[in-house]
Write a protein that binds this ligand. Structure first.
Ligand code: ATP
Length: 336
């Protein structure tokens, strides 16, 4: 018997719209490619909506064929562009967006983005009868209901590549470097990359022990057991970030050679890692299958390496808690 890659379905969906929204993340293109090709494999038409919800309002909608998503798997950013749309937060904006989707005969959506994008999707699908499935794309890996978000692995590798270089100069000069890592209120990117590059101290918003670890390092570790130091600081930490901390330590210890480095937006770019390409591809196919299975208002996620469907209203209400075991490991390895 001939095998088919099509999902057995009674779905009425004929045309899917795919878009990226909020902050970009490496691997979004791999997800766009997977959604497009999985939809075509199931005899659906596909359109891309450029610039997220704003493009939906502006009618910036383009057909996507298999060839249109060739050669994008390995590219960072998003070929569909992204935006933050104030207009979509208004009922009038959402009405215009819906009218445009109807004019293009789009009857289901896949949104690739973060919790803000899923909040918008949840509101939109309650107001209008359009099934929407989400794919989590953010370097922060802080979304409730999934162990993984697209972009995280690439961002961790970008941070450790940068910190390895900073470490060389810190070590040569005997300096202490405060390195600020992205993640807003979430400290997982800082924690994981700090562990991966052997940081002496990691300061994150979710755990207060970083301040004590810093004090211990400055009084008992530096110049006694270590001749230089890397202090990773999550951008959302309560002490105010790497610059403020570096200033404070310089004031309190004028004899120390202290510098800071803000890694910034380089963390959001670059060619996606193997893990991000594979996760994005799995999630993209799963999103199309979920729509064909009549699912709506769910985010595709991974839990224990298995694909799961998490309702939008659950995933947008909370953030994923920090992995306490990683905090413990960091503290075990850095005792002065
Ligand atoms: P990131 O994690 O990178 O910030 P995100 O998806 O959380 O990504 P947001 O800027 O919070 O990014 O949200 C993306 C877009 O989703 C917003 O610009 C807006 O258009 C839409 N959106 C967010 N919240 C709402 C809301 N309450 N009502 C309608 N639309 C919303």
């Amino acid at each position: 018997m001939e095998e088919s890659s099509m999902t057995q379905t009674t779905s009425k969906i004929k045309k899917i719209g795919v878009f990226t929204s909020g902050g970009d993340a490496p691997g979004m293109n791999a997800a766009i490619r997977a959604v497009t090709r999985a939809a075509i494999a199931n005899e659906l038409e596909v359109v891309g909506i450029r610039y997220g919800y704003q493009g939906m309002i502006n009618g910036d909608i383009i057909p996507l064929h298999s060839a249109d998503v060739s050669g994008i798997l390995q590219q960072g950013g998003t070929i569909l562009k992204t935006a933050r749309s104030q207009e979509f937060r208004t009922p009038e904006g959402r009405k215009t967006a819906y009218d445009n989707l109807k004019a293009h005969e789009v009857d289901a959506l896949v949104v690739i983005g973060g919790d803000g994008s899923f909040t918008g999707a949840s509101i939109f699908s309650k107001e209008y009868d359009i099934p929407i499935v989400g794919i989590p794309g953010t370097i922060d890996n802080d979304m409730y209901g999934t162990d993984y978000t697209i972009g995280y692995d690439t961002a961790v590798n970008t941070v450790i590549n940068a910190v390895d270089k900073i470490k060389d100069t810190a070590s040569s000069h005997g300096r202490i470097f405060f390195v600020e890592v992205m993640g807003r209120e979430a400290g997982l990117l800082a924690l994981s990359s700090g562990i991966a590059c052997g940081a002496e101290v990691i300061i994150i918003p979710e755990d207060a022990s970083g301040a004590e670890d810093l004090k211990n390092f400055l009084t008992k570790g530096y110049q006694k057991k270590k001749t230089s130091g890397i202090i990773i600081v999550a951008e959302g930490d309560k002490a105010g970030g790497a610059i403020k901390l570096a200033e404070k330590v310089t004031k309190e210890h004028p004899d120390l050679d202290v510098r800071f480095s803000i890694l910034g937006h380089m963390q959001r770019g670059g060619t996606p890692s193997a893990k991000d390409r594979i996760a994005a591809t799995q999630m993209g196919v799963a999103a199309v299958e979920a729509l064909l299975d009549d699912q709506k208002s769910v985010m595709i996620g991974f839990q224990n390496d298995k694909i799961v469907h998490v309702p939008f209203n659950k995933t947008v209400k909370a953030h994923r808690p920090i992995d306490e075991n990683l905090v413990k490991i960091q503290r075990i390895l850095n005792i002065w």
